[in-house]
Design a protein. Structure first.
Length: 228
C-alpha cells in the first residue's frame, strides 16, 4: 500500500512517457522533468551509439526508467511500454515515416494505455489530405507581434533593431561554424525564417478545417505567460 507521501507525489507528478529521449530536445525535456522530481519513463530503441548509451547512464542515475522499443512496434506493444504513464511526450525527429506514421502509432498506443494527454512533435494528420496542407492563424509583422506580446503579458518590452535579415543570416553561419550544440543557434534560424518571409505560405487551406480556431498571439501569451 502506498504511503500518504507516495500518493501525494503521484498526484502532483503524474508519470510521463517520453519518446526520443536520446535526442538533443528529448534529453533536455527528460532532464527538466527529472529535475522537477517527476517519474519519467523513456522509450529507447535497442542498440544505439556509445554516446547515446552514455547519456542514458546519466539519466538513469537521475531516476529515468528506460524501456526498449520503437515507434514502428505494434500499438499493443507500445501501449505496454507506455504502461501507467498519464502523459505521453513525443520529441522524435525524422521524415514522414517517423513524424507522421510513427507518431500516429504512438497516439494509438497512448490511447490504448489510457494516457490522458499526448504532446507531439510538430505535425498534423489528415488522412483525406493530399500534398501538404497549409494552415495558419494570424500573420503579423515583428512590431505587431511585439505589441501582441505586450498586451498579452501586461509587460513593457523594449523593441530593438539589431540589423537586417542578411545580418542575421551571417550571424547564424558564424555561430554554426563554432558551436558544439545546434541549440546554441537554432532559435536564430526560426527568427530568420520569420523575418525573411521564407516561412510564409503561398496559399492557405484553413477553410478545410472550420472546426479549428487558432488562438490569437495576445490570448496565447495571456494564458501561458508566468504570473507577474
Amino acid at each position: 500500500m502506498a504511503t500518504n507521501k507516495e500518493f501525494l507525489h503521484h498526484v502532483r507528478f503524474p508519470k510521463i512517457f517520453v519518446a526520443g529521449a536520446t535526442g538533443l530536445l528529448g534529453g533536455r525535456i527528460v532532464r527538466a522533468l527529472l529535475g522537477q522530481g517527476g517519474p519519467v519513463r523513456a522509450l529507447v530503441r535497442p542498440g544505439g551509439s556509445a554516446e547515446k548509451k552514455s547519456s542514458l547512464t546519466g539519466l538513469r542515475a537521475a531516476g529515468l526508467e528506460v524501456v526498449e522499443g520503437d515507434l514502428t512496434d505494434p500499438a499493443e506493444r507500445l501501449a505496454e511500454a507506455v504502461g501507467d504513464a498519464t502523459i505521453v511526450i513525443s520529441a522524435v525527429q525524422g521524415g514522414p515515416d517517423v513524424i507522421g506514421d510513427g507518431q500516429v502509432n504512438l497516439v494509438r498506443a497512448a490511447e490504448k494505455a489510457g494516457a490522458r494527454r499526448f504532446i507531439p512533435s510538430d505535425f498534423a494528420v489528415d488522412p483525406a489530405a493530399t500534398g501538404t496542407p497549409r494552415f495558419t492563424g494570424e500573420v503579423m509583422s515583428m512590431p505587431q507581434f511585439h505589441d501582441a506580446v505586450q498586451r498579452g503579458s501586461g509587460r513593457t518590452l523594449e523593441l530593438r533593431h539589431l540589423g537586417t535579415a542578411d545580418d542575421l543570416r551571417a550571424e547564424i553561419s558564424r555561430q554554426a561554424a563554432v558551436a558544439q550544440n545546434p541549440f546554441d543557434y537554432v532559435a536564430l534560424q526560426y527568427q530568420w525564417c520569420m523575418v525573411s518571409g521564407k516561412a510564409k505560405f503561398d496559399r492557405l487551406d484553413n477553410d478545410r478545417y472550420p472546426q479549428i480556431t487558432p488562438q490569437p498571439p495576445a490570448g496565447f501569451v495571456r494564458a501561458t505567460a508566468p504570473a507577474l
